[in-house]
Design a protein around this ligand. Structure first.
Ligand code: ZN
Length: 287
């Protein structure tokens, strides 16, 4: 009898440990367990398909967010929505490999995806983003969650680097931080750490990642600004990237994501306030 209890306990634990984080790797019969273990929290990692200079893969942003989610959920369980690479990338349509859907479709797809995630039992959705052209879209999308009553909340994981991290990075970095953006030292480093097999670093100097400064419009914003500055869709010096810097960046981001997941999973206030807000909205007409 004792042996049987031990055996049952052991197999139950083994099964619990084997609960995959990725939505597409779960079996349907484990769905209730995944909802419970995740506190009904689902991560939506958003990447993009776009040129990353001449040397890092088109899906770099997706690779990063997918890896952050996979690593963080080993420490703090949440369900991870599969590959999602539909975002704002109008500025790179002149480069091969860019997958840029019409703006309204991008919006509707994101809205319908969140609604469909919620229909499956999640009431907390955490967007993690790897693409520099997405934050404005994501912030407006999340603010727009208040346009009608919803029984789920969407969060944006937007980590701010700690002073200690900045100090370590400054010691390791070889290129000018001001020019280090898209496919530059930092991003190349991340890919060298996560997927060295896909990086062709020897090609990083084949094109210029310098700001071309072809448009000067002080205090003004216009859609062609990025193309004006970086027509090669490359900003920085990928040749200076290193695996060590990539490890530092990845580990710091994953640490921050684990902390954020703990906060989201324990958070009851957001949904409570959201409900209170919609109740008040409904009373405005006095009917
Ligand atoms: Zn990128």
């Amino acid at each position: 009898m004792r042996l049987l209890v031990f055996f049952l306990l052991f197999t139950t634990c083994a099964v619990a440990q084997k609960l995959p984080a990725r939505w597409d790797e779960l079996v349907a019969s484990d769905w209730p367990a995944a909802l419970e273990k995740s506190s009904r929290t689902c991560i939506l990692p958003i990447g993009i398909l776009e040129k990353h200079g001449p040397h890092v893969p088109l899906g770099s942003d997706l690779i990063k967010v997918r890896e952050w989610a996979a690593r963080a959920t080993k420490d703090e369980y949440a369900v991870v929505f599969p590959d999602y690479f539909y975002g704002q990338i109008n500025e790179a349509r002149h480069q091969p490999g860019t997958f840029s859907l019409p703006s309204r479709l991008v919006w509707d797809l994101l809205d319908a995806t969140c609604a469909e995630i919620a229909r499956n039992g999640f009431d907390k959705i955490v967007i993690i983003n790897g693409h520099g052209g997405n934050p404005e879209l994501i912030r407006y999308f999340i603010q727009s969650q208040l346009d009608k009553r919803r029984d789920y909340a969407v969060y944006f994981f937007d980590p701010q680097p700690s002073p200690e991290f900045n100090k370590k990075m400054a010691e390791m970095r070889k290129s000018d931080p001001a020019g280090d953006q898209h496919a530059g030292e930092k991003e190349t480093s991340s890919l060298l750490y996560l997927r060295p097999d896909l990086v062709k670093q020897e090609r990083a100097t084949q094109e210029s990642g310098k700001n071309q400064k072809r448009l000067s419009l002080p205090n003004l914003y216009t859609g062609i600004w990025w193309y004006a500055s970086y027509p090669n869709h490359y900003a920085g010096e990928g040749a200076t990237g290193s695996k060590e810097l990539g490890k530092l960046i990845t580990e710091d981001t994953v640490d921050a994501l684990v902390k954020a997941l703990k906060v989201v999973k324990a958070d009851k206030k957001t949904l409570e306030l959201q409900k209170e807000y919609f109740d008040k909205v409904d009373q405005v007409g006095g009917k």
